[in-house]
Design a protein around this ligand. Structure first.
Ligand code: SAH
Ligand code: SF4
Length: 347
């Protein structure tokens, strides 16, 4: 019999499950509290009888993210985790400390199908989607390892979250639930390479999260070269979907723009971007492209001068812009998969 993934369930669903196996509501609540704490095995649920622990193990399994490796930045304390999942797959998360608390950048898939040319995850191919419980587990493992409470979550690790839509929505509901980790939607960001159909779907959910869109180019000519997804949904269609999203949710969009020397960092690109984004409630994050590691993409970071000039053009034209501070540079926290950096959470 296939075991059921109990940590992907809400409290209400666990209560319903327990009804079916003849266990009372208070037991469901007890087990749910253990699961929320990050308990990795039914055997560790010390206030349950051995018989019940065995019974639960015969119906359910608990998804875990076990620490396989851990790199700590000497510069700023950022921690990069390599987690091992129940089936032996590996994923990465990055924990960052800011003045307002801890932020974790989590993965949504093992690998990614989207094949962006500048991205290490894109180069490594796709293995499988993560379950909601595996996304939760990354947060729990980092919390337990440091004895902290994480206040902000960004879905910007390995994978394209909107390509794993149902599990990601389930995760968002679980993680923000009062009975669960209780991390409010306003403290959550989701980054997408631009799956337009899913952006429309997400608009309907009317969640208070921050949507980040990885734009990286102001036109199809450049974006087609960098991001294969642009051949399916072009810049026009993407921006239209973003405007719709803002209109429906009242939330501003955060555009990610990796600055690549001589590719997308000219004054002309900046001016084109201004036109694209005119009158939209949005924010642009300029990130010097990370060209470290064994990516061999041939892409180089824009110079500091270029970054400043580019951001000045946006600013002068009324577009909110930040140049992103990179954390954990010595541990390659920004290796192209989990290159995580400051996320503007104010939304
Ligand atoms: N798949 C989603 C989220 C994960 S990638 C997305 O693409 O948005 C998280 C962010 O890292 C994206 O903005 C992505 O474009 C960016 N990124 C990937 N590789 C990078 C690199 N080498 N340098 C700078 N940013 C990179
Ligand atoms: Fe996938 Fe995002 Fe990397 Fe593109 S940038 S390959 S969508 S993880």
């Amino acid at each position: 019999m296939n075991l059921i993934d109990i940590k992907s369930k809400s409290l209400e669903e666990v209560i319903e499950e327990f009804k079916n196996i003849g266990e009372p509501k208070f037991r469901a609540k007890q087990v749910y509290a253990w699961l929320t704490k990050g308990t990795m095995s039914f055997n560790d649920m010390s206030d349950l009888s051995l018989k019940l622990r065995d019974k639960l193990s015969s119906f359910y399994y608990i998804a875990n993210a076990k620490i396989e490796r851990k790199l700590i930045s000497k510069i700023d304390g950022t921690i990069k985790y390599l987690f091992k999942l129940n089936d032996g797959e590996f994923i990465e998360s990055v924990l960052m400390r800011y003045h307002h608390g801890y932020t974790i950048c989590i993965s949504s898939q093992v690998g990614c199908k989207m094949g962006c040319k500048f991205c290490a995850t894109g180069k490594s191919g796709f293995s499988r989607n993560l379950t909601a419980s595996e996304m939760i587990s990354q947060i729990q493992s980092a919390q337990m390892d440091n004895n902290i409470r994480i206040s902000n979550v960004v879905l910007m690790g390995m994978g394209e979250p909107l390509d794993n839509y149902d599990n990601v929505i389930k995760f968002l509901k679980l993680v923000s639930s009062e009975n669960g980790l209780n991390i409010g939607m306003r403290h959550i960001s989701l980054s997408t390479c631009g799956l337009v159909d899913k952006i429309y779907e997400l608009s309907k959910e009317k969640l208070q999260l921050t949507l980040s869109v990885s734009l990286h180019a102001p036109n199809d000519e450049i974006r087609n070269k960098l991001m294969p997804i642009n051949n399916r949904f072009n810049v026009d269609e993407l921006i239209k979907a973003c405007r719709y999203y803002v209109e429906k949710t009242g939330r501003r969009i955060s555009f990610e723009y990796a600055m690549i020397s001589l590719v997308n960092d000219s004054d002309m690109c900046a001016n084109e971007l201004v036109k694209r984004l005119s009158n939209m409630l949005c924010h642009v994050n300029l990130i010097p492209v990370n060209d470290s590691g064994n990516l061999k993409s041939g892409y180089k970071k824009s110079s500091k001068d270029r970054l400043e000039r580019f951001s000045k053009i946006l600013l002068e034209n009324g577009i909110n812009v930040t140049v992103r501070r990179t954390l954990g540079s010595d541990i390659n926290a920004s290796c192209g998969q989990l290159r995580r950096t400051i996320q503007d959470m104010e939304g």
